[in-house]
Design a protein around this ligand. Structure first.
Ligand code: SAM
Length: 273
């Protein structure tokens, strides 16, 4: 495929407009492969034909299908294990100390894909029932993709998905087998709320104590990334924690957050001692 074709660029432009995600040249090869199912479903034989149809004014549904197909939902349970270890120990303990009076915590997994990240947080909490007895802990998982949020809500994962990062003990204790797949048990399912949300829009209502926004902003332009970080500051408690993906940094990206000196790899609002 000619990766610089007008059709490929127009279709990846739809993704960027809707979600902020840029398909950089290195990832453009994905376009035709990723769009094959959409083309097949509509009997379309080329990217040019798809672009021609998708840009018809009334083709909202087709445009949404294109955007959905081009999103990268790569994720796994306890992805970047070191980060989850830190969250499960000092991260949550630090926030618990700050909230001893209220015994309430709100945690937001922003760009949660198919839910593994949000459920991993729920699993951390469920592993220490005595520690969290009497606490009200809200976990919200959001993603721009209705399909990803649909799977997260179903809590249904293939054998391949549960094998990625989920310890076998957790699998057997917290999931029920269902055919070839595994469904998260209702007790854990009910601890997490999911909704469709675009990080380009205003954040969900209320203030969060911990925000995970991991492997989502990598392909945003610097300008958009900065704007999202500004919004995240507004959605986070003054003494809250921000957690990014293992390969991500805030340095030179935003003045709103700075590395937390006590929690390596986590961020706090700038100037918050
Ligand atoms: C690579 S996955 C990362 C999932 C998870 N956070 C992790 O680190 O494993 C990126 C997710 O961000 C979502 N996403 C992309 N742009 C978004 C936007 N503007 N608002 C909300 N979610 C977005 C995608 O749909 C995808 O599910």
């Amino acid at each position: 495929m000619d990766v610089t074709s007008l059709a490929a660029r127009s279709l990846s432009g739809l993704l960027e407009q809707a979600t902020g995600q840029q398909l950089v040249t290195g990832r453009r090869w994905r376009i035709e492969t990723a769009l094959q199912p959409v083309m097949r479903a509509h009997g379309i034989t080329s990217l040019d034909q798809l672009a021609g149809m998708a840009f018809q004014p009334a083709a909202h549904d087709l445009r949404n299908e294109v955007v959905e197909a081009l999103l990268n939902h790569e994720t796994s349970f306890f992805r970047d294990l070191a980060s989850f270890r830190l969250l499960g120990t000092e991260g949550l303990e630090t926030m618990a100390r700050r909230r001893t009076a209220q015994k309430r915590l709100r945690i937001w997994s922003a760009g949660c894909s198919t839910g593994q990240e949000a459920y991993s947080v729920a699993l951390l909490l469920a592993a220490r029932p005595d520690r969290w007895a009497g606490w009200t802990i809200e976990i919200l998982g959001t993603d721009v993709s209705p399909a990803a949020i649909g799977q997260a809500r179903d809590g249904l994962y293939s054998q391949f998905e549960v094998q990625r990062g989920l310890p076998i003990g957790e699998l057997l204790a917290r999931f029920d087998p269902e055919g070839e797949a595994w469904r998260i048990k209702p007790a854990l399912r009910s601890r997490v709320m999911f909704s469709v949300h675009n990080l380009l829009d205003r954040p969900p209502e209320g203030v969060f104590d911990i925000i995970l926004c991991r492997n989502v902003l990598l392909y945003f332009t610097a300008e958009r990334r900065r704007a999202v970080f500004d919004r995240l500051t507004a959605a986070m408690a003054a003494d809250g924690l921000l957690i990014l993906g293992a390969g991500e940094t805030i340095l030179d990206q935003s003045e709103a957050f700075e590395p937390d000196p006590d929690l390596r790899g986590f961020y706090r609002r700038t100037g918050q001692a």
